[in-house]
Design a protein around this ligand. Structure first.
Ligand code: GRG
Length: 299
C-alpha cells in the first residue's frame, strides 16, 4: 500500500474535522469569538500543523477492528488537541524554551506566555468536552475510553513522564529512568490512541491485547526516533529546532546507548510491533505501515 497517500488522506480528514470544532478566522475577527487572542493562539498551534499520527492511529485501529463511520473523529481530534496542548506547554520558557514548532514560531513567541498557557489549558479541557459527547456511542464504552485517555495524559502518563524528563536534565540517569520517561511522556498517549480506536470499534479480549502490544512498541519506538532525529534530523524539514537534547543534557536513548544502538532498538521495536499484528489480515496493513513510517520518518 501507499502509506504516504494513506497518511495524507487521513490527515486531511482530521484537519477538516479540527477546523470544524473551532471558529474560523472570519468569525474570530467578528465579535462572536471572544476572547480573540485565545482562539488565534489555539488556531496558530493546532491548525495546519503536525503529522497527526495519534488521531490517524486511532482511526486506523478503529477501522482495523471493523469500526465504521465518523464516530471516531471526536476522539481522534481530542487526542490531537491533548497532544498539541502538551507541545505548547513543552515549548514554554520554563520547560524546553523552544522558539519553533511545526514550522512556525512557538505559541508563546507569538502570543506571550500567559496566552500560550491558556491556549494549552483550553485545548486540554475542550478535548474532554468533545470526547464526552453522549451521542458517540454506548455511555459505558465512552466513559471507559475517556478514563483511559485521562490516565494516559495525566499524572500516571504524559505529565508524569514530562516531570521525570524535566528532573533528569543535566543528571546521569539510568536506563530504567529513560525507559520510564519515554513510555510515559510519549508512549502513553500513542498507546491510548490505538486502544481508543479498538475499543470504540468493538475490539476486545485477544484483539485488544494484540493491539496493546503493538501500541506499546510503536509508542516507545516513536520517542527513540524523536531522540535520534534531535541529534541528526534536519531542522528545516522538521519545523522545529534540533540538537537541543544535547545542549540541555536530556536523558535520551542516544545519550545513554549511542546512536547506532538506539537505531537498532527502534527497528527491533518496529518488528515486534508488526509481529503483534500477525494474527490479523489485510485490515491491519495500514498499522503495520505506520510502524515502519514511525521508524523510518525524517520529520
Ligand atoms: C502542564 C506545564 C505543563 C506541561 C505539560 C505534558 C507536557 C507538558 C509535555 C509532554 C511531553 C511531550 C511534548 C511529549 C511528546 C514528545 C514528542 C515525541 C513530540 C513530537 O510529536 P510529533 O512528532 O509532533 O507527533 P507533530 O508536530 O508531528 O504532531
Amino acid at each position: 500500500m501507499d502509506i504516504l497517500r494513506y497518511l495524507r488522506e487521513k490527515k486531511e480528514i482530521v484537519d477538516r474535522a479540527l477546523e470544524g470544532y473551532f471558529p474560523n478566522l472570519d468569525s474570530i475577527n467578528s465579535k462572536t469569538s471572544y476572547p480573540h487572542s485565545l482562539h488565534l493562539a489555539i488556531r496558530h498551534s493546532l491548525i495546519n500543523g503536525g503529522k497527526r499520527i495519534r488521531p490517524i492511529l486511532s482511526i486506523a485501529s478503529f477501522e482495523a477492528v471493523g469500526g465504521k463511520g465518523d464516530r471516531i473523529l471526536p476522539f481522534a481530534c481530542g487526542l490531537e488537541m491533548i497532544h498539541t496542548y502538551s507541545l505548547i506547554h513543552d515549548d514554554l520558557p520554563s520547560i524546553d524554551n523552544d522558539d519553533y514548532r511545526r514550522g512556525k514560531p512557538t505559541c508563546h513567541k507569538v502570543f506571550g506566555e500567559a496566552i500560550a498557557i491558556m491556549a494549552g489549558d483550553g485545548l486540554l479541557t475542550e478535548a474532554f468536552r468533545l470526547m464526552t459527547d453522549s451521542s458517540l456511542g454506548d455511555p459505558v464504552t465512552i466513559l471507559n475510553i475517556v478514563t483511559e485517555i485521562a490516565r494516559a495524559a495525566g499524572i500516571l502518563g504524559m505529565v508524569g513522564g514530562q516531570v521525570a524528563d524535566i528532573e533528569s536534565e543535566g543528571k546521569e540517569v539510568d536506563f530504567p529512568t529513560v525507559q520510564y520517561i519515554h513510555t510515559h511522556k510519549t508512549g502513553a498517549l500513542i498507546l491510548a490512541s490505538v486502544r481508543t480506536g479498538v475499543k470504540l470499534g468493538g475490539g476486545k479480549g485477544d484483539v485488544l491485547k494484540a493491539f496493546t502490544q503493538y501500541g506499546e512498541r510503536i509508542g516507545l519506538a516513536f520517542q527513540i526516533v524523536d531522540d535520534i532525529l534531535n541529534v541528526e534530523g534536519k531542522a528545516e524539514l522538521m519545523g522545529k529546532s534540533t540538537r537541543s537534547d544535547l545542549y540541555r543534557k536530556k536523558a535520551t536513548y542516544p545519550s545513554l546507548l549511542g546512536l547506532s544502538e538506539s537505531k537498532k532498538r527502534a527497528k527491533e521495536l518496529m518488528e515486534l510491533a508488526i509481529d503483534a499484528l500477525q494474527p490479523f489480515g489485510s485490515e491491519v496493513e495500514p498499522l503495520k505501515e505506520i510502524a515502519r513510517f514511525i521508524v523510518f520518518r525524517e520529520t
